[in-house]
Design a protein around this ligand. Structure first.
Ligand code: XUL
Length: 522
């Protein structure tokens, strides 16, 4: 067996996926999931995060993420001892943009983790911020404005970094920390992304940042794939020395740290540089050529696709990130994903089958009833005063609410991903809600495209395992083309959902109304 292990440290859970790539038996060996709220109640998170009073400050615990990693490796080692012994390489995918701030004492701590003691306790005292800001945070509007002005306006920021300044991006978050806690910023030795932080724990030394996840910081020159000195200068004092280097996404960081080998019996596998969950999902859904689009329906909903060049969206809606294949990817992110679907479901006392029934029993177009699904501050379009907006119905109408939330989300996705001007004919769908055929039918009808369900595995964790395979083969001097890397794994399942032309026509009309509604409520 040739086994590769991928992790996805997402907002609400940690997933581990193991694959075997021996020629005749390419298959997923196992997938394990740990939900943070259930597995680590002592941290008091809700859906994996702590939300501040005004819902704009959203953070989580770097120690909890470490504890989850430790618990996951212990579970895997206990349940699959034979598989674990044959792991060749591991890689991490993680929620993007979040940042972890550590003091200089972290370096010797990472390098000398004691296998006789659990990981989390050994990390006490190393964090300059016990609470790491995550992608759901929207508290840095003033920093975004200041950075944009100082860099010469929105277009200049987009051209330089691939995105306008976004509240959740790491640069504005770092600036806020340096402004509000100058003394702690001064004492901060290193600032990691979630992906490079967890990779650091696996390798037992500071890991670099890959050029895919690095693009989500408003700090990287998107074309040069290097820190942009002008962006660093306006963000915070002496920032360059606090950031890990940027590297290509197939970089080998080193072997698994002795901690994992001695505590859980892992071999000296290669640790590959980590990346963001979205770049990783691009590989996990099998998009290694341009012209295909995927949607991921998770805590955030995202629409993404591969691009050959670093095209940028000057309207400021979409982001340009690096892709793990060495090219680029476009991404549009919606904050109100699974949590607003669950809110509507719970508000009407439904379970998922009941939710599906409501969708099945209502007409496409919902008799004109529309919902803007902004339960929390929204990223796309930017909305800072949250609250569901309904038109043509009220909260008591169960079936209309169910259809309206899904149609609102999907019309917003179609509307805001128009900038790439690619005619979307085929969509790869992944994430928890992609299990729901009724939701995918709305996707197919709104976009007028066939929807191929990818699964059942987590695409981000699978993508991480596939990246580990790719980088390991390359490091061994036997590179494998990307099309071969994903072959047999990321193939769409046989569930293909076709659009209904009549319903698509209905949505084309409705989308104009939705667009006006959206504009009037922002
Ligand atoms: C992407 C984004 C989210 C997080 C969630 O820009 O903010 O998709 O990566 O995990």
């Amino acid at each position: 067996m040739a086994v590769y292990l991928g992790f996805d440290s997402s907002t609400q859970s940690l997933t581990a996926t193991a694959i075997d790539v021996t020629a005749e038996t390419r298959r997923v060996l196992f997938e394990h999931i740990l939900q943070y709220d259930d597995a680590f109640p002592a941290y008091g998170t809700t859906n994996g995060v702590w939300v501040g009073g005004d819902r704009r400050v959203v953070t989580s615990s770097p120690i909890m993420w470490a504890e989850a990693l430790d618990a996951m490796l212990e579970t895997i080692a206990r349940e699959h001892p034979d598989i674990v012994r044959t792991v060749h390489a591991v890689a991490v995918a993680a929620q993007q943009h979040g940042s972890v701030y550590v003091y200089g004492t972290a370096t010797p701590t990472f390098e000398a983790l004691d296998p006789r003691r659990p990981l989390a306790g050994q990390l006490e005292g190393i964090f300059a911020r016990e609470e790491a800001p995550v992608w759901m945070d929207s508290s840095t509007t003033s920093q975004c404005r200041a950075l944009t002005d100082e860099l010469g306006g929105e277009e200049a920021v987009i051209r330089l970094t691939g995105s306008r300044a976004h509240e959740r991006f790491t640069g504005p978050q770092i600036r806020k920390f340096a402004e509000t806690h100058p003394e702690r910023y001064q004492r901060t030795d290193r600032i990691h992304l979630v992906s490079s932080y967890l990779t650091t724990l696996l390798a037992g030394r500071h890991a670099p940042i890959d050029s895919c996840d690095g693009a989500g910081m408003n700090l990287m020159d998107i074309r040069g794939r290097a820190w942009a000195p002008a962006a660093l200068r306006v963000t915070a004092p002496a920032l360059e020395k606090r950031l890990p280097p940027i590297v290509v996404p197939w970089t080998v960081v080193g072997p698994l740290a002795p901690y994992w080998r001695h505590r859980h019996g892992f071999p000296s596998a290669r640790v590959i540089v980590g990346t963001g969950d979205n770049p990783s999902s691009l590989i996990g859904v099998g998009i290694v050529e341009e012209g295909q689009v995927a949607i991921s329906l998770g805590t955030s909903d995202t629409v993404f696709g591969l691009m050959r060049d670093a095209a940028v969206d000057l309207s400021g809606t979409a982001h340009t990130f690096g892709s793990p294949t060495g090219k680029y990817m476009s991404l549009v992110c919606f904050r109100n994903g699974s949590l607003v679907r669950e809110h509507v479901r719970d508000d009407h006392g439904l379970d998922w089958p009941g939710f599906s029934d409501a969708l099945r029993n209502t007409p496409p177009g919902n008799d004109g009833a529309l919902m803007l699904p902004w339960l929390d501050p929204e990223i796309t379009p930017p909305v800072s005063s949250p609250g569901l907006r309904r038109r043509g119905f009220d909260r008591s109408d169960l079936a209309k609410n169910v259809r309206a939330v899904i149609e609102g989300q999907m019309m917003a996705m179609a509307l805001h991903s128009r900038w790439t001007e690619t005619r979307v004919e085929r969509i790869h769908a992944t994430g928890g809600a992609a299990r729901n055929a009724e939701i995918l039918q709305v996707v197919a009808d709104v976009f007028g495209a066939t929807v191929h369900r990818i699964g059942p595995s987590s695409s981000a964790a699978l993508g991480a395992a596939l990246r580990a395979f790719h980088a390991d083969a390359r490091a061994a001097g036997k590179p494998v083309p990307w099309s071969e890397i994903v072959s047999g794994f990321a193939n769409p399942t046989d569930s293909v959902i076709h659009p209904n032309p009549r319903h698509h026509e209905r949505y084309r009309e409705l989308m104009r109304v939705y667009e006006d509604f959206e504009r009037s409520e922002r």
